[in-house]
Write a protein that binds this ligand. Structure first.
Ligand SMILES: C[S@@+](CC[C@H](N)C(=O)[O-])C[C@H]1O[C@@H](n2cnc3c(N)ncnc32)[C@H](O)[C@@H]1O
Length: 227
């Protein structure tokens, strides 16, 4: 990414967590991976060839176990979705949901979203991005790992079509403040709201959100559009 120091580029926003796959997740990986997972590649994707119907494309970054992803894809069959994640059990779980719900409009990429956007997604080709509860990396020494930083948001914005949106949610107020600052400073983005967005009715709640609410964290939503 431009304007990022080489040593910062190497820092990832995730740590691959170990943990065994459940038998359901392993079966889904064995039987469904090739059908629904797009392999990482250094060349741009042809979005229209990926899906049975050519329609709007939304990308979700860091879908976790994919609970939100499959529900939203089922609710909006006239939109195509690509979920990006590095956590294998989540890939397995979402594959089994794609199969259960017979979803034709949802594909997965198992790779670092930063590299996917750089290499596989063409400029001005995406209608929207969802980033729900990105890892907050609360300790100061880990802040450099946060996904939402100016160079990444500049890259992401360049991949949005004009009028496309970036919808983010977090339960970590200091991270929400950082998001608001980074998005507001990005010339390609415009805030649809004065500050934080009103809750969006179609976003289902996830386990991360419920955990945050239990700890009495405030949920902050942000909705920006590409100018
Ligand atoms: C705190 S979890 C939230 C999961 C989900 N969005 C939810 O709300 O339940 C953040 C997820 O983002 C994924 N992640 C972080 N950085 C990523 C990256 N650069 N590319 C792909 N996935 C990433 C992590 O593996 C993790 O599963």
């Amino acid at each position: 990414m431009e304007n990022e120091k080489p040593e910062e580029r190497k820092i990832k926003s995730f740590v691959i967590r170990g943990g065994r796959l459940s038998s359901l997740q392993q079966r889904a990986i064995d039987n469904l991976y090739d059908e629904h997972v797009i392999p990482f590649s250094e060349t741009p994707l042809n979005l229209q060839e990926l899906f049975s119907k050519s329609q709007k494309t939304i990308i979700e970054i860091g879908f976790g176990m994919g609970a939100t992803t499959s529900k939203i894809a089922a609710e909006f069959p006239d939109t195509n979705f690509i979920g990006i994640e590095v956590h294998r059990p989540g890939i397995g779980k979402l594959l089994s949901e794609i199969d259960n719900l017979r979803l034709k409009n949802l594909k997965i990429i198992e790779h670092d979203a930063v590299e996917v956007l750089e290499k596989m997604i063409e400029p001005e080709s995406i209608d929207g991005f969802h980033i729900f509860f990105p890892d907050p990396w609360p300790k100061k020494k880990h802040h450099k790992r946060r996904l939402i930083k100016s160079p990444f948001i500049n890259l992401l914005s360049s991949r949005l079509k004009q009028g496309g949106y970036l919808y983010s949610v977090t339960d970590w107020v200091p991270y929400a403040e950082q998001m608001l600052e980074v998005y507001s400073n990005e010339k390609m983005l415009e805030n649809k709201y004065k500050e934080y967005a009103s809750p969006i009715s179609w976003r289902p709640r996830t386990k991360f959100e419920m955990k945050g609410l239990k700890k009495e964290h405030e949920i902050r939503e942000l909705w920006f559009t590409r100018t």
